[in-house]
Design a protein around this ligand. Structure first.
Ligand code: 8DG
Ligand code: MG
Length: 151
């Protein structure tokens, strides 16, 4: 990589498993990282925000949905090295939540970034999944509460 004198630094993202019954909300990405793969709503933490505030803001901005019962799940460290001229290192904080108002319908409010939003059964996820999400699913990660009936 040619040195520009600028030292790249990791960014923090907050990503949300929005849960409804046995389903999660996914949309096909239209942005360069993970283009055409199915991913969760989420985005970058803004200065001074809590994880919960960021989760609620990103879901609202991307889908129009209000969320509640926002809980921390896990964190992953992702170094995307495919494009060395644009190094990308993202610490992704995964939260879960449910709809605050179940009658609200997900809208595609950032159509330049996402094809559409839909609910998918966690046991029958669409493909291709966004890499980091596929890795979590492959590792047996389950975003549902322990007492949730998910068979
Ligand atoms: P912003 O700059 O508008 O705040 O953010 P964005 O444009 O909405 O960011 P994003 O790419 O949707 O999300 C930020 C990063 O979070 C993404 O580049 C990689 C990481 N990430 C994962 N898994 C997932 C996922 O399932 N969905 C989303 N949206 N991001 C994810 O590691
Ligand atoms: Mg996003």
């Amino acid at each position: 990589m040619e040195s520009t004198g600028v030292v790249p630094s990791p960014r923090v993202a907050v990503v949300v498993f929005l849960l409804k019954g046995n389903k999660v909300l996914l949309g096909r990405r239209l942005t360069p990282v993970g283009r055409h793969t199915f991913a969760l709503p989420g985005g970058h933490l803004e200065f001074g925000e809590s994880f919960e505030e960021c989760a609620a803001r990103e879901v609202k901005e991307e889908t129009g949905l209000d969320i509640s019962k926002i809980e921390y799940l896990t964190v992953t460290n992702n170094v995307y090295s495919k494009n060395p001229s644009n190094p990308l290192h993202i610490v992704a904080v995964f939260m879960r939540a449910i709809q605050a108002e179940p009658t609200q319908v997900a809208q595609n409010l950032e159509p330049e970034k996402c094809e559409s939003w839909d609910w998918y059964d966690w046991k029958n996820l669409p493909r291709p999944l966004f890499g980091p999400l596929q890795a979590m699913a492959d590792n047996g990660f389950n975003p549902f509460p322990a007492d949730h009936e998910n068979d």
